[in-house]
Each structure stands twice: as structure tokens, then as C-alpha cells.
Design a protein around this ligand. Structure first.
Ligand code: NAD
Length: 496
């Protein structure tokens, strides 16, 4: 890495991840093992973090349980809200440092790290900072017969669950963690966070800011390590009340099975294969650049990437030409360089997986209109790739590639494209581009997906529910409804 990119702050912040945060103390792992963290733009090892194990998880869960029963439970809702707001302020003050860590660790362009990942983390914390004072139960009129010992007064309380295990993926790692931590803490729980093994760096700086904000010790803990050890230990732990997971469907299914010991709650944010539909009457001047961003932002490593683009046959060629031009204009480069518009994929293994899908499409007779290969001498870059003539039953059209690979398919009728859009076991994002109001709303109702965007794409907000239908997950993140996933509902009946 060039010295100019490696600021003093960045070097200092990388070193923080050499230890874990448990019970308010920076601690070593019970193991002497470490995980090498790579810069995906070069493949160089930039950090070494503890490869924790079940003993570290036990310590962290103990600390979280002690904090849950201790001072944290006695804070007023307003005090909890103020702490969340203060944490948001501290993240804002250190936004550039966090963005550099994220860009280095996850490969994304520094602008995306600063104005998507870090900026949205701040928004989410501020949104949930307003909630602790508004978590209320109901007073419920009951209809027991009067000869039943009444009258009665009945009401509900909404109480925190206890200790929440937050398991985080490697794409947009800070934001993915904050989406879990913010509602969990707003509801009064304590957390043990497990970052992805590839991207642990920003979570250490987040831990420092949690302490600086003044959260009681043990409210926020994190343990680094592999999914099969630290993640599995958290999922199986009898004293963890809930797992909030973001990651792949296969890991999500493993987690469901492994969590049955104490029947802990599980929420899952999983993958997608999102259809983006351009009708003949769409404003192509907006739809085409938006479709390019939908697939190529974050190197395509986005759960709501618009990876299946459907264009009405009458505008198909215009859409194809526009997407090829957009793909070819993207400047690839290491995320920390200000000129880079697309960074490296997370690892050599993932790059090879993405290239494997492109090779499969090629072997099945698809046309590769642009891209289709790795980029550069070093690191894990893949060129923005546009495919047409992909076989309808191809794995390329059915599985989540999680890279900068777009398929474009023509269609003739609304019914036909609706069937194509819903022909997937995923249901995370979808978009419809049309000037026909009736059609827009008909499609929004009929598409089986947690989000439907009309004449826009990937418009997310801390107040809007985010989550999936079908195998894209269980539950919702952001939004007021997600708080319910971190709360118990207790019924109290009083004989008067
Ligand atoms: P992954 O499932 O491999 O890993 C996610 C996390 O789970 C990591 O921290 C990992 O260490 C941990 N893990 C792995 N095995 C585990 C086990 N047996 N028990 C407990 N934890 C375990 O996923 P990934 O490759 O890091 O992330 C990419 C996937 O995440 C994609 O499918 C993507 O669509 C999905 N994703 C979804 C959303 C969403 O909001 N729906 C957001 C981002 C990413």
C-alpha cells in the first residue's frame, strides 16, 4: 500500500482490532490463534485479529448478562436514548477514520464507505435514539363475565429480551452491525457482536466510541473469530436470548437448527436476486443510470443488488447499450483512492466464485457484452459485466452472485415479466420503472418482495422496514416494527 494512503489514524485504528472488548475491558482471546485480515485491493495482510473461541464467547455473554441485570437496566429510557445519540455524534466526528477502515477492509470506494455505510449508521442510531421513550404497552378492556371475580384491569408491558448475539457479514460491516445494535440497545438489551472474519476492523473503533459515549461496561461486547467457532458458540449459547443474523441463506439455515437448545429467537437478513423491471414507457434517462448503480454500487456485493434487469423488448437495445456504456465508464481501483468508483471484491475465493458464474454463462452460450474477467495485476477485482442471452434455467439467473454481474432479459407483457420476477426463492428487493400509475401499483402489490421501489432503486431509510419475503429472511430491520423483535410482550391482569 502506498504510504500516502496509510494515514497515521488508519494505522492506529487498525491496531485496535488486535484485542476484543468484553465487559468494558480490552482483552486478549483465550486462544493464541489469530486471523490475518487482508486488503482486498492488494491481497496484502494489513491486520491480525484474535481468532476467539467458545471461552471468549462465554466471557462476553457473562459480561452482557451482568450488564443487563446491572446499571443498564436502571437507566431511564431517556438516558438510553441520549447514549445512542451521543454514539451517533462520536461516529460523525470520526466518520472519515471509520470510512477509511471500511474501505481498506471491505474494498469499497471511500465515498461509498463515508456517505453510505458510515452516514447510514449515524442515521440509524439517531432514529433509534428517539425510541426508548416511546416503547409502551396497552391498556386492554377485558370481557370476563362479572361473576368471574372481576372487575379487572389488564395491561401489557414490553420488556427487553436480555442478551442479543449480533452476527454480521463482510459487506458494509459497520452499517450491518449498527442495524442490529441500535434497536437491540434502544429496547434495553445488551449485545455480543461477532464481526465477519474478513472485516473486523471498524467494529473495534466502534467499541472505543461506545465506551467514550458512556455506555455501562458490558452493554456492548465483541468477539472476533470464525463463524464455525465464535458464531456457532454464540448461536448455541444457553444464555443468549436472541440471534440477529445477516449473511448467506445456508448459514441462516444452520443457525436456525443450532439455536433450538434454548429456543432463542432468531431474525435473519439473507440474500437476494432482485428484479429491476423497465417498461416501455419508463424514463430511460433515469432508469438506466439507476440500474447501473443498482448492480455496480458496492462492487455488486449488496444483498439488494438489482442483478436481474428485465427490459421491455421495445426498449431492450437502448437499455443494453446504456448499461454497457455505464459499465465501461466505471473507474476501478483501490477503495482508498479518491478516483476509484468500484473497488475489489472481498477475497480471492469470492472473486473466483464470481468468475465461475461468468464462465458458466459463457459455456451455456450467453453473450458477454462487456467485462467478464478479472481486472488489474493485484487484488480481487472483477470487471463490471453485462450478460444477455442467459439460459432461463441457468444458475446465473437463479443464484445470488454477489458481484458486479448483470443479466438483461427482454419481455413483452406485464404478466410475463411478473412471472419472471417472482420465479425465484428470494424476495428482498425489486423495482418497477413506468409512467403508468396503475401498472406501477399493480406490480408493487403482485411482486413477492420485502421492498418494491417505483421509479427509483435501493431507496432505504432508517424509518423504513427492510427485510425479505421467502428465503430472503425472517423479520425486518430499521423501522419501528424491528423493535418488536428485541422485546418481549408481557400481559398483566389485576383483580380490582
Ligand atoms: P456468511 O453467511 O458466510 O457469514 C455471515 C456471518 O456469519 C459471518 O460473521 C460469519 O463468520 C458467520 N457465520 C458463518 N458460519 C456460521 C455459523 N455456523 N454459525 C454462526 N455464524 C456463522 O455470509 P457472508 O458471505 O459474510 O455475507 C454475504 C451474504 O450476506 C450474502 O448472501 C448477502 O446477500 C447477505 N446479506 C444480506 C443482507 C440483508 O440485509 N438481507 C445484507 C448484507 C448481506
Amino acid at each position: 500500500m502506498s504510504a500516502t494512503l496509510f494515514s497515521e489514524d488508519l494505522k492506529t485504528n487498525i491496531k485496535k482490532a488486535e484485542r476484543m472488548l468484553i465487559g468494558g475491558e480490552w482483552v486478549d482471546s483465550a486462544t493464541a490463534e489469530t486471523i490475518a485480515v487482508e486488503d482486498p485491493a492488494t491481497g496484502a495482510v494489513v491486520a491480525s485479529v484474535p481468532a476467539g473461541d467458545a471461552r471468549d464467547v462465554d466471557r462476553a455473554v457473562d459480561a452482557a448478562r451482568t450488564a443487563f441485570r446491572g446499571r443498564w437496566s436502571r437507566l431511564t429510557p431517556q438516558e438510553r436514548g441520549l447514549l445512542l445519540w451521543r454514539l451517533a455524534d462520536l461516529i460523525e466526528e470520526r466518520a472519515q477514520e471509520l470510512a477509511e477502515l471500511e474501505s481498506l477492509d471491505a474494498g469499497m470506494p471511500i465515498g461509498e464507505a463515508r456517505y453510505v455505510d458510515v452516514a447510514f449508521s449515524i442515521d440509524i442510531l439517531r432514529y433509534y435514539a428517539g425510541w426508548p421513550t416511546k416503547i409502551t404497552g396497552d391498556t386492554i378492556p377485558v370481557s370476563f363475565p362479572t361473576n368471574f371475580g372481576g372487575p379487572y384491569h389488564a395491561y401489557t408491558l414490553r420488556e427487553p429480551l436480555g442478551v442479543v448475539g449480533c452476527i454480521v457479514p463482510w459487506n458494509l460491516p459497520l452499517m450491518m452491525a449498527v442495524k442490529k445494535i441500535a434497536p437491540a440497545l434502544a429496547a434495553g438489551n445488551t449485545v455480543v457482536v461477532k464481526p465477519a472474519e474478513q472485516t473486523p476492523l471498524s467494529i473495534a473503533l466502534l467499541g472505543e466510541l461506545v465506551l467514550e459515549a458512556g455506555f455501562p461496561d458490558g452493554v456492548f461486547n465483541y468477539v472476533t473469530g470464525y463463524g464455525e467457532t465464535v458464531g456457532a458458540a454464540l448461536v448455541e449459547h444457553p444464555d443468549v436470548n436472541k440471534i440477529s443474523f445477516t449473511g448467506s441463506g445456508s448459514t441462516g439455515k444452520t443457525i436456525i437448527k443450532a439455536s433450538t437448545g434454548n429456543l432463542k429467537r432468531v431474525s435473519l437478513e439473507l440474500g437476494g436476486k432482485s428484479p429491476n423491471i423497465i417498461f416501455a414507457d419508463a424514463d430511460l434517462g433515469k432508469a438506466i443510470p439507476s440500474a447501473a448503480l443498482a448492480i455496480f454500487a458496492c462492487q455488486g456485493e449488496s444483498c439488494v443488488a438489482g442483478s436481474r434487469l428485465y427490459a421491455h423488448r421495445s426498449v431492450f437495445q437502448d437499455v443494453v447499450d446504456g448499461l454497457v456504456e455505464a459499465a465501461e465508464s466505471i473507474q476501478l481501483g483501490r477503495g482508498l483512492e479518491a478516483t476509484s468508483q468500484m473497488g475489489a471484491l472481498i477475497s480471492a475465493e469470492h472473486r473466483d466464485r464470481v468468475i465461475g458464474f461468468i464462465d458458466l454463462a459463457r459455456s451455456e452460450g450467453a453473450e458477454i457484452l462487456t467485462g467478464g474477467t478479472v481486472w488489474g495485476e493485484n487484488g480481487y477485482f472483477v470487471e463490471p459485466t453485462v450478460l444477455t442471452n442467459v439460459r432461463p434455467d441457468s444458475r446465473v439467473l437463479r443464484e445470488e452472485i454477489f458481484g458486479p454481474v448483470l443479466t438483461i432479459v427482454p419481455f413483452d407483457t406485464e404478466d410475463e415479466v411478473l412471472e419472471l420476477a417472482n420465479d425465484t426463492h428470494y424476495g428482498l428487493g425489486a423495482a418497477v420503472w413506468t409512467r403508468d400509475l396503475g401498472r406501477a401499483h399493480r406490480m408493487a402489490r403482485a411482486i413477492e418482495s420485502g421492498q418494491v421501489w417505483i421509479n427509483c432503486y435501493q431507496t432505504v431509510d432508517a424509518a423504513l422496514p427492510f427485510g425479505g419475503y421467502k428465503q430472503s429472511g425472517w423479520g425486518r430491520e430499521t423501522c419501528k416494527e424491528s423493535l418488536d423483535e428485541y422485546l418481549e410482550l408481557k400481559t398483566v391482569v389485576v383483580g380490582l
